[in-house]
Design a protein around this ligand. Structure first.
Ligand code: IFM
Length: 453
């Protein structure tokens, strides 16, 4: 009997997102999204790759549900493509788009799998971007209408809703660093966008509850412990500033404290969010979704650095020089960071429940004789699940853990060059090959425990 067992109610799962797996971008009335535009713009993604076909999940979903059934995980997290539901972002509903998710939800339930539905995983309808996108308050209203439309259709069967995935990434990679769609590079826009995302979260949460009183609503934040690169005052101040931008800017208003004062001051010359919106943002959460991959290692840097506010993140070379093992993304592998993060969240915010909505790693997997022996991923996942277990023992209310990702998929600007899946996808044939980590995870789920050792 393992000493690291998990409660029977613990929700094990895997996660995916619409644009990363679906393909079929022109099918059944789907409109274009900002990721179609961005990925088709030369120079934006690895080798010009796009999500046009991706894993072809739009056609192969029965096969993917069969994989989920074999895995035995009680839950599955996926996202809905807004442009399938509203091809123009608002206005006329595309019933065929809703039908797709309706069938998917029914099939999941038939397989005994609990759906966790993310409403916004980055594929804004291009028509809304043409009107200013998330920088415009009108997009908030369009999002709420979209959320209501989806909940009206699926809310009788879907209980768990995630409004947004990683609003920091949407704001900063999409609107400040320009590495994600829509490719804007303007800090003021990024801060404004972060505020609109949070307001839309609060309003959508209210709307979901009004339509579906049994709903459990959360948001998935990308959170990391922030580690100063040295003990110097300047590095420690930079780490404090970055913690404000990455973590507290989102957590504080969600948990009813308003925006953190230090970060507000730091960003005031770019955008000052109206305090009057803070009550809306603070609509109580049923659970906090945590996406964790790696800590952020921060050093002070002159004004005009990539982060624009006197700091920068350490590069993969610098991390390697410090002895960290890295994933294929160049991210340091630090499982203790997850435990620290969870303990901090519990101590400082007391969320009613936490769900690890994403955790996983990219490694350069290749099949050998039809088998993908991804031992590095197994080690990564085992160490992070162990960290979750330690947090549970310390009293953190973690209710679930979702591996990112079920399938190798379109890793945004990296295209198909980074493989996060526990199932290998051959992009020539679109064949799925469960990796060794799939078998490992299946055993953990079946035993509700990590093997000893
Ligand atoms: O693939 C992404 C996902 O869409 C959001 N969270 C991080 C993952 C890995 O980069």
């Amino acid at each position: 009997m393992s000493t690291r067992s998990f409660p029977e109610s613990f929700l094990w799962g895997t996660a995916t997102a619409a644009y990363q797996i679906e393909g079929a971008v022109q099918e059944d009335g789907r409109g274009p999204s900002i990721w179609d535009t961005f990925s088709h713009t030369p120079g934006k993604t690895f080798a010009g790759q796009t999500g046009d076909i991706a894993c072809d999940h739009y056609h192969r979903w029965p096969e993917d549900i069969e994989l989920l059934r074999q895995l035995g995980a009680p839950a599955y997290r996926f996202s809905i493509a807004w442009p399938r539901i509203f091809p123009e972002g608002r206005g006329e509903v595309n019933e065929r788009g809703l039908d797709f998710y309706d069938r998917l939800v029914d099939a999941l339930l038939e397989a005994g799998i609990v759906p966790f539905v993310t409403l916004y995983h980055w594929d804004l309808p291009q028509a809304l971007q043409d009107q200013g996108g998330w920088a415009e308050r009108a997009t908030v209203e369009a999002f709420v209408t979209y959320a209501e439309t989806v909940v009206r259709r699926l809310g009788d069967r879907v209980r768990y809703w995630i409004t947004h995935n990683e609003p920091w990434v949407v704001a900063y990679l999409g609107h400040y660093l320009g590495e994600h769609a829509p490719g804007i590079r303007d800090l003021a826009t990024a801060v404004r966008v972060s505020h609109h995302l949070l307001v839309s979260h609060g309003l959508a949460t209210r709307a979901i509850r009004a339509l579906s009183p049994h709903a459990q609503v959360g948001i998935a934040l990308n959170l990391s412990p922030v580690v100063p690169a040295s003990d110097s005052d300047s590095d420690r101040a930079a780490a404090q500033a970055y913690d404000g931008i990455l973590n507290r800017w989102f957590l504080d208003p969600l948990f009813g404290r308003g925006y953190p004062r230090d970060t507000r001051q730091l960003l005031a010359r770019f955008f000052e969010p109206p305090e009057s919106d803070c009550d809306t943002i603070a609509e109580p959460l049923d659970f906090l979704g945590v996406n964790y991959y790696t800590p952020a290692f921060v050093t002070a840097a002159p004004e005009g650095s990539p982060q624009g506010i006197g700091l920068r993140l350490l590069s993969p070379e610098e991390l390697r020089a410090r002895g960290y093992e890295l994933t294929d993304m160049g991210w340091a592998i630090v499982p203790d960071g997850l435990e620290q993060l969870l303990v901090r969240l519990q101590r400082e915010y007391r969320p009613p429940a936490i769900v690890i909505t994403e955790n996983g790693a990219a490694f350069p997997d290749e099949p050998v004789d039809g088998r993908v022996q991804d031992d590095q991923r197994i080690a990564y996942l085992a160490a992070h699940v162990a960290a979750v277990h330690r947090a549970l023992e310390a009293g953190v209310p973690v209710g679930g853990y979702f591996v990112w990702s079920l399938l190798d998929n379109f890793e945004w600007a990296h295209g198909y060059s980074k493989r996060f899946g526990i199932v290998y996808v051959d992009y020539t044939t679109l064949a799925r090959v469960p990796k060794a980590s799939f078998d490992w995870y299946r055993t953990v789920i079946a035993n509700r425990a990590l093997p000893d050792g």
